[in-house]
Design a protein around this ligand. Structure first.
Ligand code: KIV
Length: 266
């Protein structure tokens, strides 16, 4: 599973053959530049879900239920999850929380809305957790997370994300469940793995968490390419003649044209 927030990246990950695209509320940090996921709204999610839906052809599509879209009432949860499927084109929603989210998960699944759970480091609870920290390192946290995992499965979730857990605990949870676990910072023994798409491609400017492995250098390559563009413009070597249009001798081209002559873009 990989996160995507727009049509281009959705098309790229879809073509690369990943199974699931997650429109994560991490877009609040990755796209919008916030320090947490808390400011992300339903309208933000719907905007990005529609874009991803237009780019993906094949993948299973999951959207995060954003902060406060499901915490107040089951009615809110049903209404907002329904919007992500009906208006956003998603196939399922992801809900953070274990035992505390059982009512929401079972309410949604009873109404035919597939739910992916998410336990461990649940970023919407960042302030209650005291920051973005590894969870379940001691025996009490260990037992609570195992109980959370069982509760999420029991409530009807079809899969569960395990975020920032010791590998031994993820292994134990994965063995205890019949639904697939998808890990992020949770070691190798989960059934699947998820990364934020930008992290996977090396498209981030600052330090990345320990669990991230960048498989490309999009940020560094982008700086290098853009600097070359600026340099060529300043030195008059771009555009070259191969990038320019000429007038036809008999019927002159109009000076303005609605469609781009090459790609159909405006
Ligand atoms: O919002 C997100 O990107 C996520 C993943 C990190 C699992 O929830």
């Amino acid at each position: 599973m990989v996160t995507a927030y727009d049509a281009m990246f959705a098309a790229l990950f879809d073509e690369a053959g990943v199974d699931i695209i997650l429109v994560g509320d991490s877009l609040g940090m990755v796209i919008q530049g916030h320090s947490t996921t808390l400011p992300v709204t339903m309208n933000d999610m719907l905007y990005h879900c529609r874009a991803v839906t237009r780019g993906a052809q094949r993948c299973h599509l999951v959207a995060d239920m954003p902060f406060m879209s499901y915490q107040v009432s089951l009615t809110d949860a049903l209404y907002n999850a329904g919007r992500l499927l009906a208006e956003g084109g998603m196939h399922a929603v992801k809900v953070e929380g274990g035992q505390r989210s059982v009512e929401v998960i079972s309410g949604l699944t009873r109404m035919g809305i597939p739910v992916m759970g998410h336990i461990g480091l649940t970023p919407q609870s960042v302030h209650a957790l005291g920051g973005f920290r590894v969870q379940g390192t001691g025996p009490e946290g260990h037992d609570a997370l195992l109980a959370d995992a069982r509760a999420v499965q029991e409530a009807g979730a079809y899969a569960v994300v395990l975020e920032s857990l010791p590998s031994q605990l993820s292994k134990k949870i994965t063995a205890a469940l019949s639904i697939p676990t998808i890990g992020i910072g949770a070691g190798p023994d989960c059934n699947g793995q998820v990364l934020v798409g930008y992290d996977l491609l090396g498209l981030s400017s600052g330090p990345v968490p320990r669990f991230v492995k960048p498989y490309a250098s999009f940020y560094a390559d982008g700086i290098e390419a853009t600097a070359r563009f600026a340099d060529e413009v300043r030195h008059g070597t771009f555009p070259g003649s191969e990038h320019c249009y000429a007038c036809k001798e008999t019927s002159p081209q109009p000076i303005t044209s609605v469609a781009h002559p090459d790609s159909g873009r405006d």
